[in-house]
Unconditional design. Structure first.
Length: 274
């Protein structure tokens, strides 16, 4: 079986923060209320004592993120839902809404091995049910759409280690390739961006088409990796509703692993510093 391999970009703790001139020019900080208008449904997920990821609202009580965010990379154990909080529109020390997580649904075919150097991108998806729906008129859930094609333009709204207190928007990056239920993208992401929504604007409104799973390097080029949504999300919604997911089709593509080397933070995020 052919596998896609990506090389490590470096060791996070040995690299100094980039200067303003070195930062990707495609990122726009969402600092003010005007900047953030329409993006309040994206929020920071505080996980455990010090970890965090990014998540996005797809219903008043449902947040979409990456499954690996809910694992402790030291113990390989699931992080309890009681240790997860969603901060919708978190910006400059305040959120538009604060919610605890009541239940978490991880894709049944996702496996967190915990072993250094291995990362499963396919099915790296989780659905978080909030303890109370968010009924704030400024925090609107996003719709989802089908997986984009190679060459399509997409955008990402995410938090990261150097922008923990406000998100950044990359309005346009590209789908470089599609590989067996995953996307390879030119989008700029970093530690903390796990689970960030990848948007398509093809319909005239932002619709989530994937979530960020990892950052890597392919043939010397930094890339981000995303999980396809259509079928995995439908299966997660079925789990939430108490129905068994449909059996895999006979023509389903084989699951593949992305092999990486490098550190992971306490939340289980598998990003590497460029």
């Amino acid at each position: 079986m052919r596998r896609l391999f990506v090389a490590a970009l470096g060791v996070f703790c040995l690299v100094t923060p980039a200067t303003a001139e070195e930062r990707p020019t495609g990122l726009t900080a969402l600092i003010t209320g005007d900047d953030s208008r329409g993006w309040e449904g994206v929020g920071r997920l505080n996980i455990g004592r010090s970890g965090f990821c990014t998540g996005a609202l797809i219903a008043p009580d449902l947040v979409l993120t990456a499954a690996h965010c809910l694992f402790d990379k030291d113990t390989f154990a699931r992080i309890p839902e009681t240790q997860v909080e969603f901060l919708a529109g978190w910006r400059n020390g305040r959120a538009s809404a604060y919610r605890r997580v009541r239940r978490a649904f991880l894709h049944p075919e996702y496996e967190f091995s915990g072993r250094e150097g291995e990362l499963r991108v396919v099915n790296d998806l989780a659905l978080l049910e909030l303890d109370r729906p968010i009924k704030n008129s400024t925090v609107k859930p996003f719709r989802t759409a089908e997986r984009p094609r190679k060459g399509d333009a997409v955008g990402v709204v995410s938090y990261a280690h150097d922008r923990m207190d406000r998100p950044s928007l990359e309005e346009e990056c590209k789908v470089l390739a599609r590989q067996s239920g995953s996307l390879i993208l030119s989008c700029s992401v970093d530690f903390g961006s796990s689970g960030a929504p990848i948007f398509s604007m093809a319909s005239g409104e932002p619709r989530i088409v994937s979530v960020v799973s990892a950052k890597a390097e392919v043939r010397g080029r930094p890339v981000s990796l995303g999980t396809a949504l259509e079928r995995p999300l439908a299966e997660l919604l079925a789990l939430r509703d108490g129905a068994a997911p449909a059996p895999a089709a006979a023509t389903a593509l084989p699951t593949r692993r992305i092999v990486m080397d490098g550190p992971r933070d306490r939340s289980g995020a598998k990003f590497l510093r460029p």
